[in-house]
Design a protein around this ligand. Sequence first.
Ligand SMILES: [Cu+2]
Length: 408
Amino acid sequence: MVGFNALLVSLVSLAVTGTYADTVARSNNRIPWLDYEGIVRAGQDALNYTVYRRELAELSGASGPLAIRDELEHRSNGVPRCKKIRKRKEWRQLAYGEKRDYIKAIKCLQTKGDYNISPVTDNLYDAFTQVHQTNWTDFHGNSWFLPWHRWFVWIHAEAMEHECGYDGPVPYWDYTLDYRNPSGSPIFSTDPVIGFGTHGNIPQTEIGLGGYKVDNGAFANLRVSLPIPHYLTRNFSAWKTADPEGKYGYQLGESYSPAAVAQTLAAPTFWEFEGAMDGFNVSIPIDPTAPITLADIPIAGVHNAPHAFNMGDWNGPTWLFGTQWFPAGVVAPNDPMFWPHHGNVDRVWWKWQQKPGKQWEFNGKKGLDRINDALPSDILPFYNLGPDPVVALTLKTENWPMCYTYSG
Ligand SMILES: [Cu+2]
């Protein structure tokens, strides 16, 4: 058994190689409301911690003595602390004024400069879409998916606060409440102040595989810029093409029903959880006796199905299949529904992490081919949308810098 101090020294030297700090230093812009140096320090600290736990587990054949874990969790290393932990809320729990201000702040991002994030446009709204579509197969359909999108949603919330003054609760859409009639959810209200709107009535064929212009709600006639300027487009009947026999329920609702979420949460490893969330058949079926494995086709899964019931911007790559814009454009963040949807994806992961021993678990594969192992020390690419975080830093939402939690 290696001594505690020797182990600590070897782990610290392993983590603080300078590579990560160099990567962050190379970014050619600075977003003033992000603490780049603090994020580097916190990343190294989180990395030391997760690597340390793994080594300890290998040495002891267990998850490590609790006392040591607690000591590490409270180690500071000059890492900033959360001033408070914010609670994210389901859309329906927001007060009228909070919904109004949240929607206003989303639109406000179209009026703010993008710190040279995008070479194509110059506003923060588009910058998020730009970053999301850059080398997108690196962080979809593999182990980077959940940590990458967690960080992405968090940065978006920071932008809404620091650029546009929204400091209310960050909402998620709990679609298990609506799985029998998703597009009938109150979040799609046509209210011009607090509604995300429906799919509209005016056929839209500017780009992609068509759909309808969103012509009602607070985002009526919204113009978005990527891959080329067009009206925000949706089509809530597109799921029929993907699921003609209604195997996955109305608007694919059975893929994100309470039962489907419960089944997903039963995944024994991060990699299997990722496969079930992301809709990729990368794992053995969680219940081999089940007649249908919800994780076995891309339209299924807690993450994929809400994208897939709707054709249009929010759909992502499928909308652009066979058009001149595929595969460069994965423009789902064009639709503001992206944020409450991914808030819920993040929440389901958070729930899984609350299970014993799961807080720091990260494993599986990375890349389009899913061959190489994914590691807590992997650096997630954000293409100048702030400093690139190490995966380890994204694993606990209550730690600095994210400082948020969910009520359940
Ligand atoms: Cu995505």
